[in-house]
Design a protein around this ligand. Sequence first.
Ligand SMILES: NC(=O)c1ccc[n+]([C@@H]2O[C@H](COP(=O)([O-])OP(=O)(O)OC[C@H]3O[C@@H](n4cnc5c(N)ncnc54)[C@H](O)[C@@H]3O)[C@@H](O)[C@H]2O)c1
Ligand SMILES: O=P(O)(O)OC[C@H](O)CO
Length: 366
Amino acid sequence: MTPRGATGLQKAARRRVAVVGAGSWGTSFAKILGDAGCDVVMWARRPEVAREISVAKRNSSYLPGIILPLSVTATSDLHEAVAGASLVFLAVPAQTLRDNLRDIEASLDEGAALVSLMKGVEKGTNLRMSQVIEETLDFDPDRIAVISGPNLALEIAQEQPTAAVASSRNLELAQTVAMASATPYFKTFVNVDVIGTEFGGVLKNLIALAIGIVDGVGYGENTKASIITRGLVEMTDFAVAFGAETPTLQGLAGLGDLIATCQSPLSRNNTAGRLLGQGYNLDDVVAQMNQTAEGISSVAPVLALARSRGVDMPIVEQVSMVLQGTLSPKNLAPHLTTEDGVPQPESSDAIPVVKGWRRLFGSTKK
Ligand SMILES: NC(=O)c1ccc[n+]([C@@H]2O[C@H](COP(=O)([O-])OP(=O)(O)OC[C@H]3O[C@@H](n4cnc5c(N)ncnc54)[C@H](O)[C@@H]3O)[C@@H](O)[C@H]2O)c1
Ligand SMILES: O=P(O)(O)OC[C@H](O)CO
């Protein structure tokens, strides 16, 4: 036993962590980490944002009304933010991550771990964020983790009780990350299914775009429930084809995030979809959104990946067509039948006779 008075009653050393990106999720996550007892240095691109965070303990452009813990400071100097941090959390847009990583590489402490908070796929390479980290920095996957789940930034910053998943090939790292971010309002579970955890977050954005689109058209709950349910099938078929575990898609990083994002007006993907459904074109929508709606950039890479593994994604295909202006939003449907009208089985796994139908008439899985 540790003798009292030596280390037993001493407070554990505070963990120094960094958060790269001071948008809504980076700031909200910095608050979680500060509340969990870490010393947090954020990197903000704009010096005025860094100054507001450090001095006023606010980030009023992204999280109005939220006061940050005293243990959260910010800088616009990347080296200052990252050097000395044992955990570096990344919350930048998926399409800029590669460049941002190159900028932080020289400042990373030996042994530091990188944790992606992002939910996108890189255009051009079709890589998940953990893969971009591994490839760009030639980084050991055992030092990479991701966090995902039903995590709308503003709700968490308001300390509404929420759960998430920390995932890493290295279970010990996932546990370290979960403990570093444990607060009474934020509970993190762990798994080792990085593929399922990352793809869950990517794919729910695409289904949330579809939900926003039909919402903008004025369709009601039947349409939305049909899209959510069939959307989960598409998400699962896709992720499993790339090596994910089905339970991950049924958990917080899949179904949980799908529900939150499809239901909430706080979701930027849902909001972008709604604007499209109301008749705005993609350029107007992008111009109107001043925050990151990852789904818009992820549609093409996800469809390219789906085609490479023969996975059918009728809802995501239709979202892509609406984005391109080749499908009217009012024609986006959950595609409950095949094109020639032959009814498809809802599930291939439960009813053996239905498997026969699948063989006869084709399947969503090719
Ligand atoms: N907001 C949420 O509720 C939430 C929750 C979970 C995950 N995420 C994910 O977190 C990631 C970040 O999202 P967010 O909500 O914080 O977005 P955001 O739009 O609120 O903020 C993005 C941040 O990145 C910065 N940025 C823009 N271009 C940059 C560049 N070239 N280099 C570096 N930084 C740049 C912006 O200045 C801003 O600080 C996304 O992948 C998103 O899917 C968001
Ligand atoms: O605002 P969105 O659509 O990027 O969604 C935010 C989070 O991913 C919800 O978990």
